[in-house]
Design a protein. Sequence first.
Length: 589
Amino acid sequence: MGGKVIKVSGPLVVAVGMSDANMADVVKVGEQRLTGEILSMSGDRAAIQVYEETSGIGPGAEVFTTGNPLSVELGPGLLGNIFDGIQRPLEEIRGIAGETISRGIELPALSRTKRWAFEPVVAVGTRVEGGDIIGTVQETSVFKHKIMVPPSLSGTITEIKQGEFTVEDVVAVLKTDSGESVDIKMLQRWPVRVGRPYKKKFVPDRPLQSGQRVIDTFFPLAKGGTAAVPGPFGSGKTVVQHALAKWSDVDIVVYIGCGERGNEKTDVLMEFPELKDPRTGEPLMKRTVLIANTSDMPVAAREASIYTGITIAEYFRDMGHDVAVIADSTSRWAEALREMSGRLEEMPGEEGYPAYLGSRLAQFYERAGCIECLGSDGRQGSLTAIGAVSPPGGDTSEPVSQATLRIVKVFWGLDAKLAYARHFPAINWLNSYSLYLVNLRDWYNSALGEQFLKNRTAAMNFLQQEAELQEIVKLVGQDSLSPQDRLTLETARMIREDFLQQNAFVDIDNFSTYDRQARMLDMILQYDKLAREALKEGADMKAVFGIEARTRIARAKSVPEDEYIEVYDRILADMAEQIANAKAGGEEL
């Protein structure tokens, strides 16, 4: 016997007669069996958020509980797929309902008919525990899916099969310590609001290489770390996140489009299948999961989409992979929280957001980290969480930005002035920061040499000195500065324009390896060092500034990948010669 609806307020439905239900249960509402989730219980009265349009639902409509919390299906078939906020497969729904999704459609997230070639890696009689790998499936041409024992099980394998199976077929039988036989399938279910277990967590000490120079060199993110990308409208948040999804050196990317505009999401869906993965040469979609919940889709599902995405990411992390979760944007998710909180008539906090906004954000970001996975093989995985924040008017003092900054360790502050000046990525180097530099120091020193971090510090000093000198220039003009200060401005300009500025739509410039970044920055600082010495010895400032090698430094980022080492070395040699000539009072080159 189910309950009865007594109130409908947008996505919020209140029902009575729900004494057999529990908090967080998934329920079915009305004749169309709309999916919802119980938010709160008071006696037999339940407040339910419905993940679909509720028009037509009125008092008296029946409500039935499924008895299970909101869960995702985990198994072969996730990669390359596009889901909505509650993991319904949008491609399959489109095949049934056409371009406009009808209400009440129920489809399993993973195909029940597709057969996968299962290869066992353990034999009968093997003792296994939760998280142990019992077999593999070649899910895409670039990814081998590992079938794991569910976390709560342990015992001895009494039967294991090989061949082609659907996700619901039994591939192994496990005899537990209590003597019970349990069937193991390739399909697992996991409640989205509960983090998947692991053995222990480590301090992140490896950088996530994004190929973006301003990120990798100045404000690095560690694998297993957390980052926020706040910025006003039009400052390039989405393009930065697309670049991270395309180029980051992770095994799996889970991209959550949470409440952003539908045409932006269309760009992602159209572009990703055509993009070539730089690591494998195959389409990028073969290691990507997309979750699309645009601004015109039901607001309650937007709130769930964040948890759906990070639970899928944890599943791949548990296989021992490096995974990146990219949420665009957590502000839209927080707006969904605010709307549901208002309809529940809860006491509002700052700017109308619920008082629990900070704790909910923390629950999301704290599921990131470097971990030792469950299982006896000691494998390790990482989950990196990157969230865009869209503060109204670019005001980062608003609650979502401030709550996020208290949690994350990397802040890439996007600046509208830089965006309007066509400087991309528009990350402001004066107010952004990374707290992972101390953890990553050993990696940088061993991989790139100790000079790399020294150059990074020197470059940051030049940019800060430039900001101070610009205040003087506004008052008295640039001609009143000393040659040394003029050189500081020139060096800072080279760092900004020749190093930090990067074009995401030019093939050669959209990705830079660490070695290339180190050489580019070193070349600019070598120019400053040689020029500063020449000016001290009385060289003509215009001759030093006008050497031909400076123009070649500016063009160096367009040098093809297989030629850059030779070209950079040649520029360094020519630069030293030309500055020496200028110092000797020779002909201006």
